[in-house]
Design a binder for this molecule. Sequence first.
Ligand SMILES: [Zn+2]
Ligand SMILES: [Zn+2]
Length: 366
Amino acid sequence: MNIWGLTTVYSILSFKLFKWQYYSLVFFNLVCASIYFVTSLKPTNYQRLSEAIKLSHGLITKHSYYNINVITKCIKMILGYFMICGILKFPSDYTPAQLIYGELSKAWMYILNHYNHRQLLIHGIFFSHALIFWSASILTALVDFCYPKDIKIYKVQDEKHIPLKTWLKCTPLIVFNEALAYVLVNYTYDAYNTFNYDGFSPIVPDMLTTVFSLATFGFISEFWFYMTHRLMHKSNFLWKYVHSVHHQIKAPSVFFSLYTHPIEYTIGNFVSLALGPLILGSHFLIWFIWVILSTIDFCAGHSGWHLPFWQSPEFHDYHHREETDNFGTGLKIFDNLFGTVGDYPEDLDKVYTTPDYSIDKVLKGL
Ligand SMILES: [Zn+2]
Ligand SMILES: [Zn+2]
């Protein structure tokens, strides 16, 4: 960790300081960040970069590496300063957790007094999913069409492009599946109500319950998705008439994550996400977090780009390319258990906070 990172962490940990101490810390942090920023524009490893440039047939250049380096550093600085600004607002007699919990409780009470439960569950869950899915789809579609020179190397399957006519051909089914999701969320609300769960209690769930519930949802979703997905590959009938639709796209983009047969969308995708909250009878706010996290997860898995700060899409991208292995959600629990992890460079399968993915990718001969 560099000195800028250390001062950021120190500022976060020392949230009970006096105002003048805060400001001197922020000033010190600004100076460190400026020094760090100016002195670290050069690649950290010249030899690896030069070797990668030689092997990349013009895909990676010193210029493009510098550009991405500047962008990643800017993002780190912005994130750091957002954190510090957040901390500066905390009054000294509260911990950040207490303050967030207090504000959340007030907001939740307000929402409960103004909306009925059906509206909350259906609109809260459906529209938060739709907002993330459509914005991520449009953003990655723009990047796919513009295909900027500097970031070409971050495309997982850089030799493959989805032609415009495929985008147009697939749109009706994707829109249909979104409409289907809206109907299915309605049925999920009815199913949830039959169990008399207390999902709309005015008490906001604590951190431990939230983390435990999310981990359980993740496990249930991994189990259900792995089993149904693998079955669709095993059964000739299901492959031919159902799952091959999703596999028409060999090098995915976010938009095509919902390009599935409606039967697969209902049984495989939707049930894998709704099952956990239904079994546990979870609080609405935990559902809400789960829907946001899982939508981000499947959008990232189909993005086709492995940019810095971006969740790795390598695992599911491999599955689309090879039509075998990597059947799970990316947690790899059942793929490891049943020996179905594909032969792909797992050490690239991480979130990069530097521009080095391009170098690693080229040096591995991909
Ligand atoms: Zn598949
Ligand atoms: Zn897929």
